[in-house]
Design a binder for this molecule. Structure first.
Ligand code: HEM
Ligand code: NAG
Ligand code: NAG
Ligand code: NAG
Length: 326
């Protein structure tokens, strides 16, 4: 009898355990992002975003690069939660004044414009973090790069972290081990570091970040360096711009990697990927296999977009991407 009661109560506790597991699994499932997240709540969300991104890029080509970079700088700092978009207030310090972002990040007005259109169509539904993810995808694709399906359902943070922006975003003077460590901290391996660095196939950078490279380094193509010196003198001109990809500056292609092979990487950090170290062979492969770069880049962007999103009831859907809701 005691044995029967025991086995009954064991069966009952097994049942309880199964229920707990079931709810745990459901809980996990609801914490996943999904490409169809807005299909009933805001069916036009992705087309509204794409139309606005296309219009912005038609006005200024560089905005494609700026929007792509915004998503990167969002995701590497406390996850893809639109923390990068929060303005400073009297009581709040945002990430915009962190060293890698200050006077450097661009495209905030494009995001504001998209957000206000979405608030008109579907108030309080589409997160700023999702806008960043879709705008990055569309920017790449509009400039000739791959497309991919963006998982959606991220929510927006109520906090930002300037210290994390200073420590977790890689700088242009890092060596290969520093770059690998910076990406490893976010769960990316050295191959994915190379893949994502291919984003430097579009966009522009300030003289201050490549000055030392063009005047002092030896693993640089001499004619490439000479041409850059004209607009980046030894003293002054720190904010003068140069293209990250000297070959096809506004086209999202694999020319960045061929540039590296010819020692035409703009930053010290870019050229580190092709300087005899462990990433050398993948750079070479991408330089001659554009289709592989395209598909790897799409996959790496999806992975980057999955960095610690807020889901379920965490965070909020900001009404204005620059400020936390009252
Ligand atoms: C691997 C380490 C990386 C370093 C050290 C780095 C560093 C930089 C720096 C210093 C600039 C120029 C900022 C300025 O002149 O104000 C820049 C621009 C840019 N970065 Fe990176 N970056 C890295 C990876 C990435 C990744 C992973 C992406 C995107 C997936 C990205 C996308 C861009 C784009 C598109 C621009 C041009 C932005 C514009 O023209 O507005 N970068 N990066
Ligand atoms: C959504 O898009 C369709 C077709 O583009 C359009 O007819 C419809 O009015 C849009 N709806 C909203 C709410 O914007
Ligand atoms: C890379 O940079 C770090 C920090 O600046 C330094 O400690 C390390 O020795 C460097 N590694 C190589 C291989 O140069
Ligand atoms: C070149 O390197 C020297 C020695 O480190 C430094 O003093 C100088 O500022 C560098 N030149 C440029 C243009 O960065």
């Amino acid at each position: 009898m005691a044995a029967i009661r025991n086995s009954n109560s064991k069966a009952f506790s097994d049942l309880k355990l199964s229920f707990c597991l079931l709810f745990f699994v459901i809980g996990l499932a609801s914490a996943q992002l999904s490409p169809t997240f807005y299909s009933t709540s805001c069916p036009n969300a992705t087309s509204i975003i794409r139309t606005a991104v296309a219009a912005a890029i038609a006005t200024e080509t560089r905005l494609a690069a700026s929007l792509l970079r915004l998503h990167f700088h969002d995701c590497f700092v406390q996850g893809c939660d639109a923390s990068v978009l929060l303005d400073d207030t009297a009581t709040f310090i945002g990430e915009k004044t962190a060293l890698p972002n200050d006077k450097s990040l661009r495209g905030f007005e494009v995001i504001d414009n998209i957000k206000s259109q979405l608030e008109n169509s579907c108030p309080g539904v589409v997160s700023c973090a999702d806008i960043l993810a879709v705008a990055a995808r569309d920017s790449v694709n509009i400039r000739g790069g791959p497309s991919w399906t963006v998982p959606l359902g991220r929510r927006d943070s109520t906090t930002a972290n300037r210290d994390a922006a200073n420590s977790d975003l890689p700088g242009p003077n890092l060596n290969l081990s520093g770059l690998i460590a910076s990406f490893d901290k976010k769960g990316f391996n050295a191959n994915e570091l190379v893949t994502l660095s291919g984003a430097h196939t579009i966009g522009e950078a300030r003289c201050r970040f490549f000055k030392n490279r063009i005047y002092n380094e030896s693993n640089v193509n001499p004619l490439f360096a000479l041409a850059l010196k004209r607009n980046c003198p030894t003293s002054g001109g720190d904010d003068n711009l140069a293209n990250l990809d000297v070959t096809t500056p506004t086209k999202f292609d694999n020319a960045y990697f061929l540039n590296l092979v010819f020692l035409k990487g703009l930053f010290h950090s870019d050229q580190q990927l092709f300087n005899g170290g462990s990433t050398h062979s993948l750079v070479l492969t991408y330089s001659i296999t554009p289709a592989l770069f395209r598909s790897d880049f799409a996959n790496a962007m999806i992975k980057m977009g999955n960095l610690s999103p807020l889901t379920g009831s965490a965070g909020q859907i900001r009404i204005n991407c620059r400020t936390v809701n009252n």
